[in-house]
Design a protein around this ligand. Structure first.
Ligand code: ADP
Ligand code: MG
Length: 293
């Protein structure tokens, strides 16, 4: 037997305790950033999710797609603007967000999982009243003043019955981050926020957020300040000091939401690394930041 074959066997054996621990458990995956753009990374993520499903886990996917929404808006002559990491969403931008996220991105993920033999079902938060939303009343993190972000929503409620029906029947739900308002109007919700709320409502075992940085930095401008672990208290302190900004704000807030609701582990991992999801779930090697209570 050659060494390579033995190494392979050792790697597979190393996965056994993880497969045993997570079998039958729900893992919510926020799919976004670079892992959604490059073909090889995309396929690796889809394979990892398929593998999770085949070994008995219940993966639930929430996807982002901000850059594609911005690109389409630009094609149509609309510039995108952000406040504290949240997209300013007027009626036209909302329409584009739905067309891109629900009509294109979601379909692509469902199809791609299907190619790996997984029966995925695409959902918008509007389907079956999955995500009830309310308008997000925003106060600027810099000035404290109210800012109207248009159709940006907060999650008011999540209908887990629908998700349980799907996972119970063997389907992998793939969710677009759009909610439905009190009058049936659509709301654009940050995908991290949706993933956190869904993980919380499902009492998921794990929430994994794929992003395009190596993890959370104590100081956003200092690469050497990368954190392997961070506590909820530390996050609150750094946020107040302005060391965390942009898209990392909703990301960390959603980690807090999930942890408070009893989700066991929350990880922010580097989606630019091939099979980072596989490494996180099935090995001892951390590939990002673990957020703990
Ligand atoms: P995603 O598509 O994964 O949601 P975002 O752009 O919304 O990505 O959020 C991640 C970004 O947050 C990083 O690319 C980084 O520029 C920024 N960021 C701000 N503060 C920090 C910090 N303290 N540590 C790491 N990244 C940070
Ligand atoms: Mg983001």
């Amino acid at each position: 037997m050659n060494q390579m074959a033995l190494d392979k066997a050792a790697i597979l054996a190393e996965a056994l305790p993880y497969i045993r621990r997570f079998s039958g458990k729900t893992v919510v995956i926020k799919y976004g950033g670079a892992a959604m753009a490059a073909a090889d990374l995309k396929d690796a993520v889809m394979q990892d999710i398929a593998l999770m499903k085949y070994v008995g886990m219940n993966p639930v996917v929430v996807h982002g797609g901000g850059p594609e929404v911005s690109a389409m808006a630009k094609k149509l002559g609309i510039e995108s603007a952000f406040v504290d990491g949240l997209r300013v969403t007027d009626a036209a931008t909302m329409e584009i967000a739905q067309m891109v996220l629900v009509g294109k991105t979601n379909r692509e993920i469902v199809t791609h999982l299907g190619r790996h033999g997984i029966k995925a079902v695409g959902l918008s938060g509007q389907d079956g009243g999955l995500i009830k939303a309310v308008k997000h009343m925003h106060k600027s993190m810099k000035t404290g003043e109210s800012v109207d972000l248009g159709f940006v929503g907060d999650v008011a409620a999540v209908d887990v019955d629908l998700l349980h029906s799907l996972t119970g029947a063997g389907f992998v739900p793939v969710i677009s981050p759009i909610g439905i308002g009190p009058d049936g109007e659509p709301y654009n919700i940050n995908a991290d926020t949706v993933a956190g709320e869904i993980a919380a409502a499902l009492h998921a075992e794990k929430l994994v957020l794929l992003t395009d940085v190596e993890g959370v930095r104590a100081d956003k401008d200092d690469p050497s300040s990368l954190l392997n672990r961070v506590t909820a208290e530390e996050i609150k302190t750094w946020m107040a000091k302005g060391k965390i900004e942009g898209g990392m704000i909703p990301k960390l807030q959603c980690c807090l939401t999930a942890l408070e609701a009893g989700v066991n582990r929350v990880h922010i991992i580097d989606g630019r690394v091939l099979h980072s999801l596989l490494l996180e779930i099935f090995t001892d090697r951390g590939v990002g930041t673990m957020v703990i209570k």
